[in-house]
Write a protein that binds this ligand. Structure first.
Ligand SMILES: Cc1cc2nc3c(=O)[nH]c(=O)nc-3n(C[C@H](O)[C@H](O)[C@H](O)COP(=O)(O)OP(=O)(O)OC[C@H]3O[C@@H](n4cnc5c(N)ncnc54)[C@H](O)[C@@H]3O)c2cc1C
Length: 414
């Protein structure tokens, strides 16, 4: 019997796994990558360490998928985080699990993951073509038979797996070509928006405290239109020249839809371990200790130095007021602000800076078991090109790997 001929478009996380796996199942696979190197984005993941998956159960995994988690149910149960770990260990990359079940290569080097996937492709006989795909070739029935690249046409494929990623970090090659290709066979693209991205704010406090990282804080995000708290988290954040960033802010960004100027307020609880009453007692004791000082020097033991001046400004108490003259009402305002320091959000940072793209090829037009297009019989999808995204923690790469497995299997066996 003739081998199935499969074109995989995009040599990133999803494409390399799909190509290697399809070839290992006996298909003749051509992997198209527009860059001269495979896995350019993969090589910078996890700050160069590659958080390759999250060591959790499929159910926990789905809870961490912020868009369309249920769609992944079948794929993730057939290629679990445990399978990902076993896969890389078998490819000769020892792994370790860190805080939050985040899994990294023991070497702390993302390049080891890229090289292992590339080696796996080569070992299984994948033909790598470093050309940018610009169009599909279809027959009269609408079945794909080939692809056009910037250099030439490639014919006689039985199936195509589209793994071109989203539009974040376009320097790595993900520029949204997959959306145009999917649209050319009738697919709908849910408008791409940034996710896991910094948030902009005009509030003076951000520029004034630029570079300040706050650890062990809690945040709650209010949707001012719905007058509802929509997100809460605990951890680390960062003030930047543009607004706010850092782990809890990136995670919060996945929930801020639709984004509208001043629709969302991030409230920072600077002292999450203390309730209002305990914090008030602590403040009273500090005020008593420093009673002859000016209000400007009241927070030497309570707040990081960079935050003190902007915080005092927000309190609305004159900095040269003597602490023993601060009224009970003013103290109450201080306690409230320590527990709820507001930052008004004006928008997302650009999508080019986002860790992932939210939106993409509508999952309503894709079969969840096989990743096969419902509109084009021999087109399959894998990875971020689809309208799927998750929190940080290794979940996005796990989406790429699980969907790549499902797509490869179906493309070879259907
Ligand atoms: C800075 C950063 C850090 C991250 N860290 C992590 C992390 O630690 N853990 C985690 O789980 N996720 C992380 N992510 C997210 C993760 O990298 C992506 O979700 C994942 O790479 C998506 O894989 P993909 O294969 O779908 O797309 P990509 O990895 O973007 O690969 C798509 C590939 O397709 C190629 N391509 C595009 N168009 C064409 C075309 N027309 N012809 C041929 N080739 C084409 C591109 O060049 C690219 O190589 C991070 C993302 C960023 C930006």
């Amino acid at each position: 019997m003739d081998k199935r001929k499969i074109a995989v478009i995009g040599g990133g996380a999803a494409g390399m796994v799909a190509a290697g796996y399809a070839a290992s199942l006996g298909a003749e696979v051509t992997l198209f990558e527009r860059n001269t190197l495979l896995g350019k984005k993969l090589g910078i993941t996890g700050k160069g360490r590659c958080n390759v998956t999250n060591n959790c159960t499929p159910d926990e995994f789905i809870k961490n998928v912020t868009a369309n988690g249920k769609f992944l149910y079948s794929a993730i149960n057939r290629f679990t985080p445990e399978d990902t770990m076993e896969f890389f260990e078998e490819l000769g990359v020892p792994l370790k699990t860190e805080r939050g079940n985040r899994v990294y290569p023991e070497s702390d080097n993302a390049v080891d993951i890229v090289l292992a996937l590339k080696k796996n492709c080569i070992k299984n006989g994948v033909r790598i073509v470093t050309e940018r795909v610009t169009a599909f070739i279809k027959n009269e029935e609408g079945t794909l038979t080939g692809v056009v690249t910037e250099k030439r046409s490639h014919h006689d494929f039985d199936a195509v797996i589209l793994c071109t990623g989203g539009v974040s970090y376009p320097v790595t090659g993900s520029t949204g070509d997959g959306y145009t290709l999917a649209q050319s066979v009738g697919h709908t693209i849910k408008t791409p928006t940034p996710s896991l991205v910094g948030l902009t704010s005009d509030d003076e406090i951000c520029a004034a405290t630029m570079g300040l990282s706050l650890k062990n804080i809690a945040i709650s995000v209010t949707d001012n239109t719905k007058k509802k708290v929509i997100y809460k988290d605990f951890g680390e954040m960062l003030f930047c020249h543009f607004g706010v960033s850092g782990p809890v802010i990136l995670s919060a960004s996945a929930h801020l839809r639709p984004m509208e100027k001043h629709r969302y307020t991030v409230s920072i609880d600077l002292k999450p371990a203390l309730d209002m009453q305990t914090l008030d007692r602590r403040l009273l004791s500090d005020f008593d200790k420093f009673k002859n000082r000016n209000f400007a020097n009241a927070f030497d033991e309570l707040l990081p130095s960079k935050l003190r001046e902007p915080f005092i400004k927000i309190c609305g108490v004159a900095p040269d007021k003597k602490i023993n003259a601060v009224t009970a009402e003013e103290r109450k305002r201080v306690v409230t602000l320590l527990k709820n320091l507001p930052v008004q959000i004006t928008g997302f940072r650009p999508i080019t800076e986002a860790i992932v793209t939210s939106g993409g090829v509508s999952i309503k037009e894709i079969e969840p078991q096989t990743m096969r297009s419902k509109l084009c019989p021999n087109l399959y999808f894998a990875g971020e090109v689809m309208d799927l995204d998750a929190y940080t923690g290794g979940f996005n790469l796990q989406i790429a790997f699980a969907t790549a497995h499902a797509a490869a299997e179906a493309a070879v066996w259907q």
